[in-house]
Write a protein that binds this ligand. Structure first.
Ligand code: VGL
Ligand code: ZN
Length: 209
């Protein structure tokens, strides 16, 4: 697949807490850094996203006495999986992995900062109503094809790619530049949604510039 001059690479949530040793470590999460570093120079436009929660965030199991991480609960906006506290604003766990070196990134988009609403997608929070502003940003900049890489394949990357399709954008997921949490079959589930929604899945070796 040929990279075009107005394609944009969205690097999602390559943060310490999602890497081995972090609070919500994605298995082999750190392995996304090398493929991301190798593909990013071929894109004219790179955006980084950062999961960015207040310490009392509603997605944290610690905010719900008696509940454990990876259980789910019903919130006003629907079902929410509870996570160990992670990516707390200003903490080391929320920093980008130290191997990620993308100074050319044109935007760093933060999400999940509303205490009462989680956000997997980089476009809409989990209430499915609150926009992050990224759709408008991409529209204003004239970007219509979005490539996704990062963490986690079955949450942030996956929900973002599906929302991109809903917004009428082309969405391409670079599979080997992602790693999955894979909670209760979530990786297979997201791939079934990709197929229905027209999300393209490729590997970094399929990219030519
Ligand atoms: C994510 C779980 C909790 C993600 C964020 O960005 O994939 N997953 N918070
Ligand atoms: Zn989070």
């Amino acid at each position: 697949m040929q990279i075009e001059s107005n394609d944009v690479l969205v690097v999602t949530d390559v943060q310490n807490d999602f890497c081995p040793g972090g609070a919500l470590a994605v298995p082999r999460g750190d392995e996304v850094v090398a493929p991301i570093q190798s593909i990013a120079p071929h894109f004219n436009h790179v955006i980084l996203t950062q999961d960015w929660h207040p310490a009392n965030h509603t997605s944290f199991a610690t905010s719900h006495p008696g509940k454990n991480p990876f259980e789910s609960i019903e919130l006003a906006y629907g079902k929410q999986t509870l996570w160990p506290p992670h990516c707390v604003q200003g903490k080391v766990g929320a920093d980008f992995h130290p191997g990620l070196n993308l100074p050319q990134a044109e935007l760093i988009l933060r999400k999940g900062f509303q205490p009462e609403v989680d956000s997997y997608s980089v476009f809409y929070e989990n209430d499915r109503l609150t926009p992050t502003g990224l759709a408008s940003y991409l529209r204003e900049r004239g970007f219509t094809r979005v490539f996704f890489a990062g963490l986690a394949y079955d949450y942030c990357v996956g929900y973002s790619a599906l929302d991109a399709r809903r917004l009428g954008l082309s969405a391409v997921v670079v599979r080997d530049a992602c790693r999955a949490i894979d909670l209760n079959g979530s990786a297979a589930a997201i791939e079934a949604h990709f197929a229905k929604a027209g999300v393209t899945v490729i590997n970094s070796a399929d990219l030519t510039s």
